[in-house]
Design a protein around this ligand. Structure first.
Ligand SMILES: Cc1cc2nc3c(=O)[nH]c(=O)nc-3n(C[C@H](O)[C@H](O)[C@H](O)COP(=O)(O)O)c2cc1C
Length: 370
């Protein structure tokens, strides 16, 4: 297939992107301990992947309470801001743009991770869901532990979380990020509010679709106010059901959210789509309707081949295509696509989260002709 669109430049507000490849956010759990501080190894990893027009960082907790897995980075301390500057500097020098993904896990956590009881819209434990710690077992491998019962958030907790997202966004801009992505996907706090099976509240944050989108919209509005609408993107995952997410109304809820986000004029909506091999295709009607409702940039990520991505771009249903695992294993993924070169595969799944530090992280090779 001839790629007319994938390699075309794109203007995301003030950011001129060199191509339509987006490196999707991927947790890799290599922040320096004990304080979850981004470091030089992470800067090397992201700089290697500056071949993407836009990079979204791994999910980054806005507070200790918002942390759900060991060794993920934060964006709430001075030290973390300074650490992130290594990454933004390296990526900018290598010619790409980078947004930070702001994260609160809500109920997807354990006191074994952060010493705190998780918080959530309702006191409902996510079934069949685990998080990981590093407890010295198995040669430094992650050990999975079940999530714990969360405490139902009161209004003060909600106000605190909104403030944490705002401070996280301001800190990200101080660390020279080009923008922030609010993580509203994958069963974490904001998604827990969106869905009727995890949100059984009877106050203004639950009960109806309008109420369930309230936290997402309040956070988005506050972040827009703090750092600007052109620097605020949102990630949503209407078609994902893992981490005990289940809601027959989710598609209508997402459209309602998209209408409100359009009013806020945020930079983009990033769809986190199913990524397993036989995942159902997203109905074209959904894409057309979203395009109609939301006027700014739309991004789609999830098990896309370059051909599928190119087709979505050519059909004008999305503006950027996200690739996760292909960027993880191929720092020069766009060049490999352009020249139809072979791809590196995941070398060792133990190195996906923490594990080998540089191994399975910065040692995936750029293409070399034999
Ligand atoms: C190792 C790994 C870590 C991930 N961590 C995150 C994350 O921190 N935030 C997020 O929104 N999605 C995360 N994802 C989902 C990816 O952003 C992406 O949606 C998914 O990998 C599907 O894209 P792909 O098929 O191109 O890999 C992760 C995926 C992988 C493989």
């Amino acid at each position: 297939m001839e790629y007319q669109k994938l390699f075309q430049e794109y203007k995301l507000n003030q950011n001129q992107l060199k191509n339509r490849f987006l490196m999707a956010p991927m947790t890799r759990s290599r922040a320096s301990q004990p304080d979850d501080v981004p470091n030089a190894l992470m800067a090397e990893y992201y700089a290697q992947r500056s071949t993407a027009g836009l990079i979204i960082t791994e999910a980054t907790q806005v507070s200790l309470q918002g942390k759900g897995y060991a060794n993920t980075p934060g964006i709430y301390s001075k030290q973390q801001i300074e650490g992130w500057k290594l990454i933004t500097d390296a990526v900018h020098k290598s010619g790409s743009k980078i947004f930070l993904q702001l994260w609160h896990v809500g109920r997807v956590s354990s006191s074994k991770v952060n010493g705190l009881q998780p918080i959530a819209p309702s006191s409902l434990t996510a079934q069949n869901t685990s998080v990981y710690i590093f407890d010295g077992a198995l040669n430094g491998d992650a050990t999975f532990v079940p999530v714990e019962e969360p405490r139902e958030m009161n209004k003060t907790d909600i106000d605190t979380v909104i403030e944490e997202f705002v401070q996280g966004a301001k800190n990200a801009i101080e660390a020279n990020f080009d923008g922030v992505e609010i993580h509203g996907a994958n069963g974490y706090l904001i998604d827990q509010f969106l869905r009727s099976n995890s949100n059984t509240r009877t106050d203004e944050y639950g009960g109806t679709k309008e109420n369930r989108i309230r936290l997402l919209i309040e956070i988005s509005k506050a972040v827009v106010h703090a750092v600007g609408k052109e620097k605020t993107g949102i990630r949503l995952s209407p078609f994902i059901s893992f981490k005990d997410m289940n809601d027959p109304e989710i598609l209508q809820t997402i459209m309602l959210a998209a209408t409100a986000l359009n009013k806020l004029d945020v930079a983009y909506i990033h769809l986190c789509e199913a990524d397993w091999d036989d995942a159902p295709q997203i109905p074209i009607d959904f894409r057309i309707k979203l395009r109609d409702i939301f006027k700014n940039t739309i991004i789609a990520t999830g098990n896309k081949t370059p051909d599928e991505g190119e087709k979505l771009l050519q059909d004008n249903l999305v503006d950027l295509i996200g690739f996760g695992r292909n960027f993880l294993t191929n720092p020069d993924y766009p060049a490999r696509v352009k020249k139809s070169l072979g791809l590196n595969k995941i070398s060792d799944t133990h190195t996906l989260f923490g594990g080998g530090q540089a191994r399975g992280y910065t040692d995936y090779p750029f293409y070399k002709a034999d």
